[in-house]
Design a protein around this ligand. Structure first.
Ligand code: UDX
Length: 435
């Protein structure tokens, strides 16, 4: 069977390569010609563990990558996994998905094989039925359920675990009408992932499932961050022990209870904003999700207020930010809390020094010469008045008092508690630990 994947970001490229390893003939399409030529050279334009190996293994054998969307014409399954970036009011920008849909509809006019279009991109409830379907039917002059299938198929993969999650997702969600196309896709997924539960429902429920999932994850993080702030007010309290204990309650579970500087990344902040925006347009007051966002923002303000208190005045001081990626093992800085921190520090006329094992270039593209990019952790600490550990990279967990001696003032703010167990000869503050 021939399968097309349109949009080769984390989701699309992982899907395309994984399907190609399963012996399907896969055509990966992306309008970005530079990206296609990078991929053709067996290189991934972003950092994602294992994905380069899969690309090397599948390219030119079972996987073709191209910018020519007309290549989808004899594919049975057509996955859409283009971005739906946030707009200023929190709503999502549908231009990319609408444009791809219009191109598919055009090709659909010549297709004889009754293809199935699967929407993997995250879209707000109603989008598949009210925005995507009309474009497909109108432009192709064909009927859904008769000449082609349309299925909402949200994706839950995590960056840094994209391959693993694509190979073995925790669930497959299928939204659509209960027709022959849905049955076909159910069979396809049950063969691909024999032990993974499949939830089939209508389009709009499938769409809200994705938002509910990410809203709950964000809620868990803000919950533990709120508890972290309370712990900070209790001498000797440690949020990690609290998380460990409550995580053993099977009703709570141990995951997503790591207190920190707040959640970032390309999904959680954007999705929470989109669902709040959608709810408010529907006349629903999403007070819990508003609080989740507020707590998330407060984490950063709390860090800044500690620095201001300890370094008063902070104007002109040299401050080191350790970790720029929104989590370890990625070079992705999209909506990373570190970037927000840097912006706030610059606003306060601080001289900012940054370090990250792999996310420096992506950060340079944003701040250019406004900050100093250290080549090593030691270089980053030298002469600094304060170091803030933002991302839990392994190499920061081996830092010792000797390394911090390079600093002018040994003030450490550890947002991930990776040095909490060490006896350090420094002034040490950690998110979630009461002094
Ligand atoms: C997330 C969802 O996990 C995934 O299901 C969805 O498809 C896309 O969004 P991802 O963006 O890759 O995945 O990152 P994730 O690992 O979920 O982390 C998001 C943010 O939350 C990071 O900034 C991370 O540091 C933070 N986080 C996560 C915490 O602060 N504490 C935790 O316990 C977990």
């Amino acid at each position: 069977m021939k399968i097309a994947v349109i949009g080769l970001g984390f989701v699309g490229l992982s899907l395309a390569t994984v399907l190609a390893t399963k012996s399907f003939s896969v055509i990966g399409i992306d309008s970005d010609k530079n990206k296609i030529s990078t991929l053709r050279n067996c290189k991934i334009p972003f950092y994602e563990p294992r994905l380069d190996i899969l690309l090397k293994k599948t390219l030119k054998r079972k996987l073709i990558v191209s910018s020519d969307i007309s290549l989808i014409k004899d594919c049975k399954l057509i996955f859409i996994s283009v971005g739906t970036p946030p707009q200023n009011d929190g709503s999502i920008d549908l231009r990319m998905i609408q444009s791809v849909t219009a191109q598919i509809a055009q090709i659909l006019t010549q297709m004889k094989n009754e293809p199935i279009i699967l929407v993997k991109s995250t879209v707000i409830p109603g989008t598949t039925e009210k925005k995507i379907l009309p474009i497909l039917e109108k432009k192709s002059r064909k009927k859904v359920g008769k000449n082609f299938g349309l299925i909402t198929n949200p994706e839950f993969l995590r960056e840094t675990k994209a391959v693993e999650d694509t190979l073995q997702p925790h669930v497959v969600v299928l939204g659509g009408n209960n027709d022959k196309f849905l049955k076909f896709v159910k069979k396809f997924y049950s063969r691909l992932h024999p032990n993974v539960p499949i939830i089939s429902t209508n389009h709009q429920t499938a769409e809200i499932i994705k938002y509910a999932n990410n809203s709950f994850l964000a809620t868990k993080i803000s919950f533990i961050n709120q508890i972290a702030r309370i712990c900070e007010a209790i001498r000797g309290a440690n949020v990690d022990d609290v998380a460990k204990a409550i995580g053993l309650d099977p009703r709570i579970g141990p995951l997503f209870l790591n207190a920190g500087p707040g959640y970032g990344g390309s999904c959680l902040p954007k999705d929470i904003k989109a669902v709040i925006n959608f709810a408010s347009q529907a006349g629903v007051n999403s007070s819990l999700l508003n609080a989740v966002e507020l707590i998330n923002e407060d984490q950063l303000f709390n860090i800044i207020s500690i620095i201001k208190k300890k370094l008063s005045p902070i104007v002109g001081k040299k401050i080191t930010v350790l970790g720029l990626a929104f989590k370890p093992d990625t070079d992705d800085v999209r909506d990373s809390v570190s970037l927000k921190l840097i912006k706030l520090l610059l606003k306060n006329k601080v001289s900012v020094v940054v370090h990250d094992p792999i996310a420096i270039e992506n950060t340079r593209a944003i701040f250019d010469s406004k900050i100093y990019y250290a080549k090593s952790v030691k270089d980053a600490l030298r002469g600094s008045n304060c170091a803030i550990i933002m991302t839990a990279w392994k190499e920061y967990s081996v830092l010792s008092s000797k390394d911090f001696k390079l600093m002018k003032k040994q003030l450490i703010i550890d947002c991930r508690r990776i040095l909490a167990e060490k006896k350090l000869d420094v002034e040490y503050y950690a998110v979630g630990i009461g002094l």
